[in-house]
Design a binder for this molecule. Structure first.
Ligand code: C2E
Ligand code: CA
Ligand code: CA
Length: 410
């Protein structure tokens, strides 16, 4: 049993018992009345559940030092028994450390899942929800939390069991039509479920921190493969200009690569020329921590590597990033390229982004080209590089090498 000071507290209907974001020192057991648990997501209030006598709330804050993830409001005149954090802390500090860790991990995943469900819910409905909806919301959050934990466990195993592969998609130079380089794209070959696309696991790898060892493996693999591709070209006397490889770097990785010299070590160990490496970065980190990003990107730039801003035009892309950070390349998101021919708006956006990038001295990659019409338009606008299924889908390294040996444009 959790210890209590047994001093009941009373809250009038409409009073906030605690607010989202506040530090939490108590959990509460409801004796009488009703308490609504809600959270705000981007300014919209979402009711999570309503609890009554005999039920507990605010318990998450007792286990870790995280701030409140929801707001508790007395719906009726309510009487609660507060349960003090310090009492529980004492018990936890004496408990088995593995159990302690497990509690924290479960909580962290639950908070993450709850946030996701809430964000999605905000898009679907902004009004109040029925009790049934609220129960579903809670159950879904729990299910998501478990799904996330299972996925993280599987990913850990996948890394140990070498279930990842890096595939390469050609990037074509518009002017000459030759393959100038490749984008490295990771695949998970699951022993039971088969092929798992990166969109289904990169985010989990990022949130669990597994992206750090996985990303290192990908970067090393890509550097080694680049040397093999280059060797194939050198051997047939077509080694100039050298090929490049573009590698996707997630926010957590960017900090890790630069904070302890890991990037320089990989470059030295694999023997690639950093000028032939491009790191593709999305804006996420630039928005979250611009100062951290500025330092990391400046350090990377010093090594001679090229930097690309990826998926430009989606999410929170801000024009100020373009001159604030040392990018060399801008990749226009394929959502715009794909729809250009059908939608005037996409066409205008692509044209404007291209003009802007060129004005700032960046070269542009149009990604997701699937038809000749789109190809002709972006070429007319002097887009430097082209990527898409019209040229080739991503393929494993041995196939790329095979194609390089056969012709000068794989
Ligand atoms: P991305 O960086 O935007 O990569 C381009 C995606 O577009 C790839 O999907 C590629 O296969 C796909 N694509 C290319 N051309 C076409 C086209 O003409 N039509 C269509 N419909 N799609 C095209 P993929 O390989 O499924 O990767 C999805 C995302 O997963 C990537 O988007 C990237 O954000 C992430 N990702 C993949 N590999 C890695 C990695 O090694 N590290 C990190 N951090 N993220 C990765
Ligand atoms: Ca990319
Ligand atoms: Ca992209």
């Amino acid at each position: 049993m959790i210890g209590t000071n047994m001093q009941r507290e009373r809250f009038k209907a409409g009073t906030k018992i605690f607010r989202e974001g506040e530090p939490g020192t108590y959990a509460y057991l409801i004796e009488q009345g009703k308490v609504e648990i809600s959270a705000a997501t981007k300014g919209t209030k979402i009711e999570i559940t309503t609890l009554g006598p005999g039920e507990m709330f605010g318990e998450m804050a007792l286990i870790d030092n995280h701030s409140r993830s929801a707001t508790a409001t007395a719906v009726e005149d309510t009487e609660v028994i507060p349960l003090e954090k310090t009492t529980l802390e004492h018990k936890i500090s004496k408990s088995d450390p593995v159990l302690h860790l497990l509690l924290r991990v479960v909580l962290e995943r639950f908070r993450w899942a709850l946030r996701r469900v809430l964000d999605r819910e905000r898009l679907l409905s902004t009004g109040a929800m029925s009790n049934e909806d609220q129960d579903t919301l809670y159950r879904e959050a729990k299910e998501q939390a478990f799904k996330q934990m299972r996925l993280e466990q599987d990913l850990q195993e996948a890394l140990q069991k070498h279930q990842f592969q890096v595939h390469y998609q050609p990037i074509v130079e518009a002017e000459t039509g030759r393959v100038a380089g490749y984008e490295a794209l990771t695949r998970w070959i699951h022993p039971e479920h088969g092929y798992v696309p990166p969109n289904d696991f990169i985010e989990a790898a990022e949130s669990s921190g597994l992206i750090v060892p996985l990303g290192l493996w990908i970067l090393e693999r890509a550097c080694e493969d680049l040397r093999r591709f280059q060797k194939a070209m050198d051997e047939k006397g077509a080694g100039e200009p050298p090929l490049f490889v573009s590698v996707n770097i997630s926010p957590r990785q960017l900090q890790q690569l630069t904070s302890d010299g890991t990037f320089v070590r990989i470059v030295n160990e694999t023997g690639v020329d950093p000028a032939n490496l491009k790191l593709e970065i999305t804006e996420q980190l630039l928005i979250q921590s611009p100062e951290v990003a500025a330092i990391a990107l400046a350090r990377l730039k010093e090594t001679g590597v090229q930097l690309a801003i990826d998926d430009f035009g989606t999410g929170y892309s801000s024009l100020s990033y373009l001159h604030r950070f040392p990018f060399d390349v801008l990749k226009i998101d394929r959502a715009f390229i794909n729809t250009m021919v059908k939608e005037q708006k996409s066409m205008k956006i692509v044209k404007a982004i291209m003009g802007l990038a060129h004005g700032l001295g960046l070269s542009v990659v149009a990604e997701g080209i699937e038809d000749h019409k789109t190809l002709e338009i972006v070429k007319e606008w002097r887009c430097e590089y082209l990527q898409g299924y019209l040229f080739a889908k991503p393929k494993p390294a041995p196939e790329i090498i095979g194609a390089l040996i056969k012709s000068s444009a794989a």
